[in-house]
Design a protein around this ligand. Structure first.
Ligand SMILES: NC(=O)c1ccc[n+]([C@@H]2O[C@H](COP(=O)([O-])OP(=O)(O)OC[C@H]3O[C@@H](n4cnc5c(N)ncnc54)[C@H](OP(=O)(O)O)[C@@H]3O)[C@@H](O)[C@H]2O)c1
Length: 306
């Protein structure tokens, strides 16, 4: 199978290397110093489940790659629209572009550029970053990748993708029954974990131990899940309790990439997180005061770092 990874960073680089190790043709789309390093020295993955190094074709020009069976779309969400416009050379008649980004809008933004038929949904449960140009570090998380057609159909291409990902070492592949539920399920957790660690600038442990902050953490999730249900997504009401229990076992020192980006002067994915919750909530008439507060507190930073 022929894969392109558009945005071969923490998530995309990890996926690309694992699929290449499984014997697939993988092309990396990257830019800047990272691209230079990929071209000169290949891609190194340092991972808690086993290191690897692969030498793959890498470019910033999708026309050099041509049509692929699958494109894993793994840029930060603030780059989605611009990058989506460059996808066309990678598309054949049945190509699936699977976004493994955070947020619930990327699929729609992609579809606006390339049409619904080419877009599938994906969710990544992994902690991985570009450690230095040419090197991706996977520090934790199950490396679980959940994906599916947006309408839930079991197409031949999504089943073939399931087979390919399931056979790759270092990847836990889950073909979702309803990937929209999975996108919103993760969105609940991200909005709480990212929102609370970024606004307090404190790690999870201190948030969990502070009654008012933990209450806000839960309310952020409850608001997102209410918006999902108002949009007709079949997210169970138990999601808040399930994540609350899950979060008890996480490392007390854990932050979020939103916190990292905020404290390192980098661009924030705020528009795809709390900004998105507020937009969706307005459309369906659900009150989301906690998410509005996070959005308002971080908005000047998002503007400044943009
Ligand atoms: N990392 C994780 O552990 C993790 C886990 C779950 C979900 N996610 C989500 O997955 C998405 C990707 O995150 P990430 O951490 O993998 O990001 P990342 O490490 O920053 O990787 C994205 C890469 O795409 C490149 N890129 C962006 N636009 C491009 C373009 N037009 N052409 C070529 N390359 C381009 C970026 O280059 P520049 O650096 O030059 O911009 C960067 O190297 C985000 O939505 C994130 O929230 C991340």
């Amino acid at each position: 199978m022929k894969f392109a990874v558009f945005g071969a960073g923490g998530v995309g680089g990890y996926l690309g290397a694992r699929l290449a190790d499984a014997g697939h043709e993988v092309h990396l789309i990257a830019r800047g110093e990272h691209l230079d390093a990929l071209q000169s020295s290949g891609l190194r993955v340092e991972s808690v489940v086993g290191d690897t190094a692969v030498d793959l074709p890498a470019t910033d020009d999708p026309a050099e790659v041509g049509p692929c069976d699958y494109v894993f779309f793994c840029v930060k969400s603030y780059d989605t629209r611009e990058a989506a416009a460059d996808l066309v050379p990678l598309l054949g008649s049945d190509t699936a572009v699977v976004s493994f980004q955070n947020g619930v809008d990327n699929e729609a933004w992609l579809a606006e550029e390339i049409g619904d038929d080419h877009v599938a949904g994906g969710v990544a449960y992994i902690f991985s970053t570009i450690k230095e140009p040419g090197a991706v570090e996977h520090t934790g998380g199950p490396a679980r990748f959940v994906f599916g057609e947006l309408d839930g159909e079991r197409t031949a291409r999504i089943e073939a993708l399931d087979e390919a990902l399931s056979a790759a070492e270092g990847i836990e592949a889950v073909l979702a029954e309803d990937v929209r539920v999975e996108l919103w399920r993760k969105f609940c957790l991200i909005c709480a974990q990212a929102g609370m660690t970024a606004t307090t600038r404190l790690p999870l442990g201190e948030i969990r131990e502070t009654e008012a902050s933990w209450e806000m953490y839960r309310r952020l999730m409850a608001e997102v899940s209410a918006v999902a249900r108002a949009e007709g997504v079949d997210l169970p009401e138990t999601v808040v309790d399930e994540w609350s229990e899950f979060v008890q076992d996480l490392d007390p020192g854990m932050y979020s990439s939103l916190h990292y980006d905020l404290t390192h002067g980098k661009r924030l994915e705020l528009d795809a997180l709390h900004g998105s919750v507020v937009r969706h909530a307005t459309d369906v008439g659900v009150d989301v005061p906690m998410n509005e507060a996070v959005d308002a507190i971080l908005r000047p930073w998002a503007d400044r770092n943009a």
